[in-house]
Structure formats: structure tokens, C-alpha cells
Design a protein around this ligand. Sequence first.
Ligand code: SF4
Length: 362
Amino acid sequence: MHPLLENFSPEQFQQDLVGWYRDQKRDLPWRRSADPYHIWISEIMLQQTKVDTVIPYYYRFLEAFPTIEALAQAEEDQVMKQWEGLGYYSRARNLHQAVKEVAEEYGGIVPSGKKEFRSLKGVGPYTAGAVLSIAFDKPEPAVDGNVMRVFSRLLCLYEDIGKQSTKSTFEAVLGEILPLTSPSDFNQAVMELGALICTPTSPGCLLCPVQEHCKARAAGVQEELPVKEKKKAPRKQEMAAAIIWNGRGEILIHQRPDKGLLARLWEFPNTAVEKEAERAEEMGAYLEAEASVTPEIERPVQRVEQTFSHLIWNVHVYEGKAERTGLPEGWKWVPLDDIANYALPVAHQKIYKTLVERMELK
Ligand code: SF4
């Protein structure tokens, strides 16, 4: 028995927790499905993202790609378009790759073996644990930030949950207390407890079905846990972006590089800028150097922001025109309406929306 489980009764804990879950669980769309493909999609979408945000994406995504085959055969741009606005786009690209592997190597059937499922692109220990337990009822731990918060409190553990060693500790502990019957309900019950009762701030201990088992509550320290080292505040980056029209009513767009932030999404041309007075000139120089386009930047039209965990883009948007020239790879002239078919980062969706509204008013 793991030393952290001293004076902890796994059987009684399982009973109290799973009994509560079966009685109180939310009716979520992916809980109505036993299809491993649906459960996999939901687990990927739910990473770092709230349930309410995920629900409409989940429905739209499955409407567009109802089966493994449909997703495997889709173009990457179509997949990214369905993911647009959900963020953390590498999740979608990896999922697409992994589903192609399932179609090619496993005949379109999601593999239920841990080794096989873990070998798929983008499938880490959490996703494997969640999908294998929920879809196949395998006794695999699924440890993410929510689960670590709940167990930091239950076991009164003052270890930084940002460290891999803490995660390993919880995986070992969960491995010991996971029931062999209904591991699906057990893992979902822990997640549900973290979402509804043992929330990040002000845990609802009075309503908690496992309060009798909770060491932090017994010691009155539940609000001090979990220990999590503070992240640095995001850095602000000044940017200039440009809506560049040519004489045929088309607009210049650019695909981001294959690697890094928002890889392969499309955007209005933009660049980091320093001095306020020189933003338009810097934008012009960037377009000449990267796209061989010599624009006349006419006026500023908008400012938009996009916040990432480590960075804030403060984007000053300009409008201008240029001759319709041939373009290097990764650049396109596109009619205004067609831009809606490209997956754009949130800041560029805002630019596009405002532009469409302005054009409709003309
Ligand atoms: S008793 Fe309170 S701190 Fe402990 S698991 Fe329940 S909600 Fe969380």
C-alpha cells in the first residue's frame, strides 16, 4: 500500500464516490455515447477547456465527421475550421493524424490495448487513461490538473502539482485505489467531483460525498491546497496586421509556419512591431520582404487582442491596397467571402468579422 493511503479506506471511498456520481452526474452529450471515437473526441476537446465551451464544438465536429473514416479522409483545413476558436490547435492536428492511423492500421476500430492506443499521435497518459477507462472500462488512472487538485486535498499532500514527480505519485496512488469493477464510473466520478464540488476555489466540503475521507478537510486546510507554483504573467507583444486589397476585390492572407504557436492556421499578414509611429512602415517592409507585395498602407481601422497562457497579442490593424502579384508559397489572394472557409486565430476572426460588417454597411 502506498504510504499516502495510510488510514484511507479505498473500498468505502469508491462506494461513496461512485454512488454519488451515479445519482448526481450531469447529462453531458458524450456520456450518452458508448462509442470510443465520440469519447476520444470529447476527451481531447475537454483538455484545458470548459464543458460549456466544448458542447457546441462536440456536436458540430461530429456532424462534420461522424465516423473515424470521415475524419480520416478530411483535409486538414476542414478539420481546423471545425476546431476554429477552441484553441490549442495541435490537439486537432494530432487527433486527425491519430485517426488516420486508426483507419489505416486498425481498420477504423479504436484500439483498446494500452500500448496501441498510447502509440497514437497526441495520446498521452491522461488521454489514454480517460479513453480506455471510460470507453472500454479498463482500470487505467487518468490524472490531470483537476484530479490532482482533488487528491492533493483528499490526501493532504503539499507537493507542487506542476511537477512530473507529483503527477507520478498520483498515478501510483490512483493505480492502487481504482476499482476493477466500473473504473469508467470511478474516473468520471473523480472528474465530476472536481468540476462540481471540489472546485479550484472554495471547495463545497459540506456537500461533498467523500468528506469523511478527506484529510485536508479534517485538518481545515482544504483552501491551501493544491500547491501550484505561480506562472509568470503573460508578456504583451505589440503587433501590426494589414487587410490588403488588390484591384480584383481579393484580400491577402498567409498561412502560419508548420511548427509553433497556431501552426498552419491562416491569418491576415502581421508582424511584431516596436515604435508606434513606425507600425505602418514596418508592416509594409514585412510584406515586401516576405510576400514580394508592395502595399500602400492607408489607415488604421481596428485594434484587437488575443491572450495566450504566456503571451498577449495587441494587434493594430491597418487597411491598404497593392497590385495583384504572384505570391510565394503560403500566401494567397482570396475573395472576402471565401476567407470564412479558412481556420483563423481568434484575433483574426475578430478582424474578419469587423471587416464583413463594414463591407455590409457600405
Ligand atoms: S471534503 Fe472538501 S476538500 Fe475534501 S474532497 Fe471534498 S470538497 Fe474537496
